[in-house]
Design a protein around this ligand. Structure first.
Ligand code: MN
Ligand code: MN
Length: 398
């Protein structure tokens, strides 16, 4: 879609977007600002004020850095549903693939494993997770809103929705090419082993296996919610000494003038060797300051609110995107960026990195930590600017 140079389009009617207040709108027939006469989708344009009418500082051809789960195919099962935003949907997202999954009360995500590490954040409700570690130790935990889990590559596991209303959670896999539809499923393997081999393996007769379900019936299927606490669920065996779950939201946040940050990486959740995370909450009008990350790409999931992110890609390239709950955002390795809360409610999002540690570089701190005369000669800014520079220990929101 093209707009005449210098032109400004009227944004979607209806709810006044915070950004809209700063965008001048002109009558459609104003000759100084001709509106593109072509077909328009006012609903989509209203959600994308910074794409329809980019800041004058945007430049170049940065690839798309946003995809909404609302535009992703939903795979339905008898016990819930799932949808995914992978490299197939968001081409730039090579490091991480995301899955949004809903399990009804009792609904079961079939026992399975995969080549990728799996990191998860509970968005709603309750679930029971199980796993087996590489020493033969079993793990089980009941998780609720704000809890995480991490299953290392190859570790088999299951997830089941609990009462009163099951659960919904975000899964993040440490490979953008991950496909939730091609995991190693228990029922699928059983279907592809000769019954006499199964009989030999389990020490039973082959006709025991006459009633195996079709793998198409499993994957996500309706089940019976477990009764009793998790301690009674497995008889015998050895309980794993590893902790595959973690209470991220219960962490004491780093509290800053514009909001809060919680960081979870191997320093406080040792098993999560391939995914490091930050949970950021910005008050209305607040901003995640100008920064970048020295370790890897950033994969974002927006939990709540409305935000705007500007990304600087070097070589004079910059692009601005708008985000809402359910969107995935992406920042390629080392690109500078900021995120503003442009709504009237808190903006909450997750920053994920394919890394064992969280790290960022603050532009403000870098300049504060550089001899003032050197900085002054670069930017030609006055003492007021130099005195405003701040040292920061943590990711800053202001
Ligand atoms: Mn899995
Ligand atoms: Mn960032």
């Amino acid at each position: 879609m093209a707009f005449a140079a210098g032109g400004t389009v009227a944004l979607a009617a209806g709810k006044v977007h915070a950004h809209e207040a700063t965008v001048a709108t002109y009558p459609a027939n104003d000759p100084r600002h001709p509106r593109d006469p072509g077909p328009h989708d006012p609903i989509r344009e209203g959600l994308n004020p910074d794409i329809v009418d980019p800041p004058a500082t945007d430049s170049g051809t940065l690839p798309n850095l946003r995809f909404s789960f609302s535009d992703a195919h939903v795979r339905k099962g008898s016990g819930g549903w799932t949808r995914q935003v992978t490299q197939r949907e968001l081409g730039i997202s090579t490091t991480i693939a995301g899955v949004d999954m809903r399990l009804d009360n009792g609904g079961i995500r079939e026992l399975h494993w995969h080549k990728e590490g799996e990191w998860a954040y509970m968005l709603y409700g309750n679930a029971r997770i199980t796993a087996l570690d590489t020493q033969g130790g079993w793990f089980m935990d009941d998780v609720g809103v704000g809890d995480l889990w991490y299953f290392p590559p190859g570790v088999p596991h299951s997830i089941q929705g609990l009462g009163p209303d099951g659960c919904e959670f975000l899964l993040a896999f440490d490979n953008g090419n991950f496909d939730e539809d091609s995991t190693f499923l228990l029922s699928d393997w059983f279907k592809h082993i000769p019954p006499e081999v199964l009989a030999k393996n389990f020490g039973v007769s082959a006709n025991v296996f006459n009633t195996l379900p079709s793998p198409a019936d499993e994957y996500i299927f309706a089940g019976k919610a477990p009764e009793g606490g998790d301690s009674a669920a497995v008889k015998g065996g050895v309980k794993s000494v590893l902790n595959f779950s973690h209470k991220m939201l219960a962490q004491k946040p780093i509290t800053l003038p514009g909001g809060t940050v919680r960081i979870t990486d191997t320093s406080n959740f040792p098993i999560s060797k391939t995914v490091a995370a930050a949970l950021v909450e910005l008050e209305p009008g607040a901003m995640r300051e100008l920064h970048w990350h020295p370790n890897n790409d950033e994969w974002q999931y927006y939990l709540e609110g409305e935000g705007r992110m500007g990304v600087f890609a070097s070589s004079g390239q910059a692009r601005t995107f708008d985000f809402r709950a359910g969107d995935v955002g992406y920042v390629p390795f080392a690109m500078g960026h900021y995120i503003e809360n442009i709504g009237d409610k808190p903006l909450r999002f997750l920053e994920l990195f394919k890394s064992d540690y969280y790290a960022d570089i603050s532009l403000n701190q870098w300049l504060a930590s550089t001899p003032a005369d050197l900085v002054r000669q670069h930017l030609h800014l006055d003492d007021k600017f130099m005195q405003a520079l701040q040292f920061a220990k943590h990711p800053v929101v202001k």
